[in-house]
Design a protein around this ligand. Structure first.
Ligand code: RB5
Length: 154
């Protein structure tokens, strides 16, 4: 089983807690990167910690939740090698694993309900990357990351 981590801001806290309980019941282990309560915090701090943990190979994949999922999307996708995907439906969730090899699932705690979020998490965890023609496209993104990292520009 791959190592999984989860984090949120205050707006995603309630959904984070319910996803942790849901996965715990299913026997899926995951590391909670916080926060510990719903006191107001800044989503970049929590998005950054998950993205860095993946880049440092401390965990394989992550789930991040803020109010809309937009703030977390902006933050995690700044990191080379991170493929964060904002999901609020099952089709996008399936495709983002099969085609994009999503390594961070992003959800909006003020957008979707607990039941749908649980289905999204399960599909995201269980759907494998298809590879093939999609790998070629990911290689192009990797090459773009490399150019941006070395030159700071295109
Ligand atoms: C917090 O109020 C909210 O701005 C945040 O959770 C997120 O939705 C930002 O994109």
């Amino acid at each position: 089983m791959k190592k999984l981590a989860i984090a949120s801001d205050h707006a995603g806290f309630e959904l984070k807690e319910s996803i942790i309980a849901y996965l715990h019941d299913k026997g899926v282990e995951l590391e909670d990167f916080g926060p510990e309560n719903n006191d107001r915090v800044d989503y970049p701090d929590y998005g950054i910690s998950i993205a860095q943990a993946i880049r440092e190979k401390k965990v394989d994949r992550g789930i991040v939740i803020c109010g809309t999922g937009v703030g977390m999307s902006i933050v995690v996708n700044r990191f080379p090698g991170i493929r964060g995907t904002l999901c609020s439906d099952l089709y996008t969730t399936k495709m983002c694993r099969e085609h994009n090899d999503s390594n961070i699932l992003i959800m909006g705690g003020r957008v979707i309900g607990k039941g749908l979020a649980e289905e999204i998490v399960t599909m995201w965890l269980d759907t494998p990357f298809e590879g093939g023609r999609h790998q070629k496209r990911l290689d192009k993104i990797k090459e773009l990351d490399r150019k941006l990292e070395t030159k700071g520009d295109l």
